[in-house]
Design a protein around this ligand. Structure first.
Ligand code: AHR
Length: 348
C-alpha cells in the first residue's frame, strides 16, 4: 500500500481528533486554555482538509521571552493563514511534551513543532513521529539525538555566540574602566539545566572566561529562567560571597530577580553601581531596565520564530528542501546606546 493521499489522511485525522476531543471533553472549550495541560483546538473551523494541521509543543510561560514566543506562533498559525493549530503548554515538564507529541501523532497532524525544554530524552518519540511520516521542526531549543534525521530542521538563536558576545563585551567594558588587571569576581544565574539556551550561553561565556586569567567564576546555579528563582539564588550568592563584581543572568527575568535581591541587600548595580549586570533576551522590560541604569548590557534572543517556521512549512509543502540549521540574527544593547526608539518598537 502506497502513502495515503493528504485528503484521506486529513479526514481520518479529523475523525480521530473529534473522537479524542469527545473522550477528553476538550471539544467544548471556546476560549484558549493557558493553564491546563490538555491540548485544545485553536480554531473552531471544521478543517475538511483545507488547513495545514500543526501541533505545537510549547515549554510553558516561565519568562517574558516565552510569552513573546507563544504570541508569535499563535499569531502566525491562524486559520486566516491556512493553518489549524493544536497548541500544547507543557508547563515546564518534558513528560508533558512527550505526551503532547504522541497526541499529535495520534491526531495525524501534518507537522509537529517542538521547543524542547532540555536536549536529551527525545530519540524514541521523534522516531515515532518519523515512522508516522510527520515532519518535526524544532524551534528555539534543540535536541541531542543519535540520528539527526529524526527531525527535519531546527531554527533558533546561536546561544553559544550570545554567551561569547557577553564575555567579549565585559572584557571591553572592564578595559575602558581601567580594570583589566583587577581580579573580577563573577557569579552566573543559569537557565534550566540541560536546555540549549543554558548550555550555549554558559559555554560561550566560559570560552572568554578561560582566556581571562584574573576573572574568577565564584558560583553558577540554575534559576530556571524565572524571576522568583533568580531572586532566590541571587540572595544565596549575596550571603555566600562578600564581594561580587559581575552577575551573568542567562535571561532577563532572572536579571530582574537578581536586581531585586541586590537592592534588598542594600547594594547597587548597573553602570553607576557596584555590581555589573549582564542579561540575555533583550525584551522590552529589560531594555527599560537598561535605560533606568540597573542593567549594563543585554544580549538579544529573538522569540519571533513563528513566521520563520511557517516559511519552512510552506517550502516543505512545495516539496522544496530546507536548511537543517537556521540561525536568526541578533544584536546587543548597552546603556551607552540610544534606546528610546528601540523600546518603542519592541513587541515582546
Ligand atoms: O530558550 C530561550 C530561553 O528560554 C530564553 O532566553 C528564556 O527567557 C526562555 O525561558
Amino acid at each position: 500500500m502506497g502513502p495515503m493521499p493528504r485528503m484521506d489522511r486529513k479526514k481520518m485525522g479529523w475523525l480521530l481528533l473529534a473522537l479524542l476531543l469527545l473522550l477528553t471533553g476538550c471539544g467544548k472549550r471556546e476560549e484558549p486554555v493557558t493553564g491546563g495541560h490538555a491540548p485544545y483546538v485553536e480554531d473552531a473551523a471544521t478543517g475538511k482538509g483545507e488547513y495545514i494541521v500543526v501541533g505545537f509543543s510549547q515549554i510553558g510561560s516561565e519568562s517574558d521571552w516565552r510569552i513573546g514566543s507563544t504570541e508569535s506562533f499563535r499569531s502566525t498559525f491562524t486559520a486566516e493563514n491556512g493553518y489549524y493549530l493544536i497548541y500544547d503548554d507543557a508547563q515546564q515538564k518534558q513528560e508533558n511534551q512527550l505526551k503532547a507529541v504522541r497526541n499529535f501523532i495520534l491526531q495525524k497532524v501534518d507537522y509537529i513543532i517542538v521547543d524542547p525544554i532540555v536536549e536529551t530524552g527525545w530519540d524514541a518519540v521523534l522516531k515515532e513521529a518519523k515512522d508516522a511520516g510527520i515532519p518535526v521542526i524544532l524551534a528555539d531549543r534543540s535536541v541531542k539525538v543519535e540520528d539527526e534525521e529524526l527531525y527535519t530542521c531546527w531554527v533558533g538563536s546561536s546561544f553559544e555566540q550570545e554567551g561569547r558576545s557577553a564575555g567579549e563585551w565585559l572584557r571591553e567594558y572592564l578595559k575602558k574602566q581601567g580594570r583589566e588587571d583587577e581580579e573580577i569576581r563573577i557569579v552566573t544565574l543559569q537557565g534550566t539545566l540541560g536546555s540549549t539556551a543554558q548550555i550555549g550561553r554558559t559555554e560561550g561565556f566560559g570560552k572568554v572566561l578561560e582566556q581571562e586569567k584574573n576573572w574568577v567564576m565564584l558560583d553558577q546555579q540554575s534559576g530556571d529562567f524565572t524571576q522568583a528563582k533568580g531572586q532566590e539564588v541571587m540572595e544565596e550568592f549575596l550571603k555566600n560571597y562578600d564581594r561580587i563584581d559581575v552577575v551573568v543572568c542567562e535571561n532577563d527575568n532572572m536579571a530582574f530577580g537578581a536586581i531585586e535581591a541586590i537592592k534588598k541587600a542594600d547594594k547597587t548595580c548597573g553602570p553607576d553601581g557596584e555590581i555589573i549586570i549582564l542579561s540575555f533576551d533583550a525584551g522590552r522590560a529589560a531594555l527599560e531596565t537598561l535605560l533606568d541604569k540597573d542593567i549594563n548590557a543585554v544580549f538579544e534572543c529573538n522569540p519571533k520564530l513563528g513566521p520563520l517556521v511557517s516559511e519552512i512549512i510552506r517550502k516543505l509543502e512545495r516539496g522544496e528542501s530546507v536548511e537543517k540549521i537556521q540561525y536568526v540574527e541578533e544584536v546587543y544593547f548597552d546603556s551607552t546606546m540610544d534606546l528610546e526608539q528601540i523600546i518603542e518598537e519592541r513587541t515582546y
